[in-house]
Design a protein around this ligand. Structure first.
Ligand SMILES: [Ca+2]
Length: 274
């Protein structure tokens, strides 16, 4: 027991005497504590006060857990990565899309604080028919092997994805045809009533410009009305304030009859605030 104490004392003395910049290994597991210029990424202890652990630990999850896609159909996995360790860790996250998928997630570096989580949107698109395993890979060490892998099982069917076209067409077509009818009619009318020939595109542009101009006029008019209203309210407010200052001024005049110059200053302040 005494020997142990002596060793502990000697160690403590040694630690006090050694320069601060030198390597420290608090828990004595052979992995140095992280410090400036030597982080967990470089190989430092991710658990500096636990001799049993030194590798960074994450918990990862993605939603949906599995996906079934048609050809060219996109899917977005919402994935969370939580740093279970006691210190902030910088990680590089990338996706291995495997076969049958196109990956649209661009690998990036994130810093995750202790016991914090980040949320990522992983976008993949069906490329060819088959079952595949895309992988979300979290790198926390520079040595090149991922610290955490989360699998995204995905099936791509042989069907072409009907996609947004099938849903969007029925709604967007009538409004477009209505607009083009208006453009055609405007072109006809303009060609008849002016010396120039108008195509429906020209007419469309003209209608657009006129519409924008009209919107501009309406906006400016509305702005002016609002401004006038504000000014009126402001005047009422100013009058009230002036009345209040007048009252104060009169009181002051009454109290300090010898100093007639004082009342001037509040008036000046009001003017400047305007
Ligand atoms: Ca440790």
């Amino acid at each position: 027991m005494n020997k142990l104490r002596a060793i502990a004392f000697a160690l403590a003395l040694l630690m006090m005497l050694t320069p601060i910049a030198s390597a420290e290994d608090t828990d004595g597991d052979g992995f140095e504590n992280p410090r400036e210029g030597f982080t967990v990424w470089d190989g430092a202890d991710a658990y500096p006060n636990n001799p049993d652990v030194h590798e960074p630990v994450f918990s990862t999850g993605c939603d949906p857990p599995v996906a079934k896609l048609d050809l060219a159909e996109p899917v977005t996995f919402t994935c969370t990565i939580r740093n279970e360790g006691p210190i902030a860790v910088s990680v590089y996250v990338e996706v291995d899309e495997g076969v049958h998928l196109t990956n649209r997630f661009i690998g990036e570096t994130y810093t995750i604080d202790s016991e914090q989580r980040i949320e990522l949107k992983i976008n993949l698109v069906g490329l060819s028919q088959g079952i595949t395993m895309a992988k979300l890979q979290v790198y926390a060490r520079a040595n090149g092997s991922p610290s955490e892998i989360f699998e995204l099982p995905t099936e791509v069917t042989g069907e072409e994805w009907a996609g947004l076209d099938s849903q969007g067409q029925s709604q967007s077509t009538p409004s477009f045809s209505l607009f083009s009818t208006i453009m055609d009619e405007t072109a006809d009318w303009l060609s008849e009533h002016t010396p120039w020939e108008f195509s429906s595109l020209n007419a469309g542009l003209l209608v657009l410009i006129m519409g924008l101009a009209l919107i501009g006029i309406v906006r400016r008019k509305r702005a002016r009305i609002i401004w006038l209203q504000n000014m009126q309210q402001k005047n009422i407010g100013d009058n009230r304030m002036e009345a209040r200052f007048d009252a104060i001024r009169k009181e002051r005049m009454f109290q300090y009859g010898q100093e007639p110059t004082i009342p001037e200053s509040p008036t000046f302040i009001i003017r400047r605030n305007r």
